[in-house]
Design a protein around this ligand. Sequence first.
Ligand code: AMP
Length: 551
Amino acid sequence: MVSLSSYIKKLGEKMSNMQPWKQNVASIIDFAEKIFPDVEVVTRELSGKISTTNYKNISLRAKKLGSALEKFGIEKEQCVGSLALNTFRNMEMYYGISGMGAVMHTINFRLHPEQVVYIINHAENRLIFLEPVFAPLLEAVQDKCPMVEKFVLLCAKEEMPETKLKDAVSYEEFIENGDESYTWPELEEDAPCGLCYTSGTTGNPKGVLYSHKSTLLHAWAGSSANGLGLQKNDSILMVVPMFHVMGWGLPYLAPMNGIKLVLPGMGMDGAALTELIEKESVTLAFGVPTIWLGLLNYCKENNIKLESVKQTIIGGSAVPYSMIKQFDEEHDINVIQGWGMTETSPLATANLKTPAMEKLSKDELYKLQTKQGKPIYGVELKIVDDEGSELPNDGEAFGRLLIRGPWINKRYYKFEEDAVDADGWFDTGDISTIDPEGYMTIVDRAKDVIKSGGEWISSVDLENVAQGHPDIMQACVIGVAHPKWDERPLLLVVPANDKKDKDDIFSYLDGKIAKWWKPDDIVFLDELPLGATGKVLKVNLRDQYKDHLIS
Ligand code: AMP
């Protein structure tokens, strides 16, 4: 008889008898090519034309791209930049670039040009793929990006615009050099595959470098019953941009599960989205609240019901009660709220419908759905006070939300020091509660909390209540200086119609919020300033209105 421990010793380092596995995200598209070759990927191209391809074609063209990159001289672990919309070519880049061992570096084209320059240089991009519409943006700054050798425009040869971009070539011409029988290299377990910079409001953007392993684990977890609620026969509309946190993992999740993908390109307005939804029988749609606000308004104005859609997954900012209600009442669509961040790949929590939720009244259900949800297996959450002591999960105590897990950032790209504490916890910068059932609720961003007379007021809660007023389309609450209380809440409102009645809004809030939470004033605005990822830029508003109550 040989004991297990002496058997393991004999094996050397190997602790079990299972086969080793070299992770490469391109194994997903290889799998989809073999198992789901005909599953469709539909794109609204920049011309407005809707075109259809499938996973087999995407896989073959991704291999051509991978081999063309190798021929160009791109080496493993080099970051290849992209300023790209959600299209089939972007899907090919996700696999072609990462699969050949380089890093798919997605750049948010809505950032300030100076930030785009910073990011391109920081990531040492030699090659940049871009939509033709972004050529003027890069023409204006290319002299400040000396490391870039070549620009590839995401179009066919005959669609190439006149451009001053260095050594510009069309994507189709670039991949002509490639070989569709190219085989993906074997990569180290923690080899990098993707890079995304956080759009911080202060200081330079910081890069989060994802690995093949973290990306695959994240995609598996997102596919699980507690993940993103995918069903085999879904048709997924991916409105979430592929330049932000690797498109919430959908470019991996969809082919991994053989699910149809519908990509809207530039067409993010209500008319374009409803056309795509109807034509492609979309059942599951992913987006941020600001985009959905536009879609819901468009549907209301045009008397449209989104018949095919069963569920929508919303994240990026808190989902207001009124939006959850409107989706359910007007479209029979269930809202799944998700929470995550660039540093968390992003999926960390999701609020999926459970059998117990079916028994709730509509009001109870919508209230529960305003919570950001329960953690998915693989990530751990805790809340701590300012001294770092863990707070109870009683749904009342709120503190800084910490997270850890195998797809959570450990250190920012090129930083020397870790971004986590000694036990591996990453401070999200969000303030939350966790209830006894495990539901996490975001109370505020740490930097957005309002401290009135030493007590915290949740801007998210206040916005949620205010947004329920029928004359309010969008509400935003910020803390502004106050001579007696240090800070008091100010409510900024984008009205839904011509009515701008402060007294009516104040009396609507009465009884729905604690008396001392009542905003000191209401300001009506035509629109709220949005950041590069569709979040309201509270920092700008705080600056603009800082003296509102003292002047
Ligand atoms: P980003 O890294 O740009 O994706 O931003 C991440 C931040 O967005 C989080 O730290 C939250 O503050 C916010 N966020 C994301 N999802 C939600 C959500 N469902 N509710 C409230 N805030 C959210």
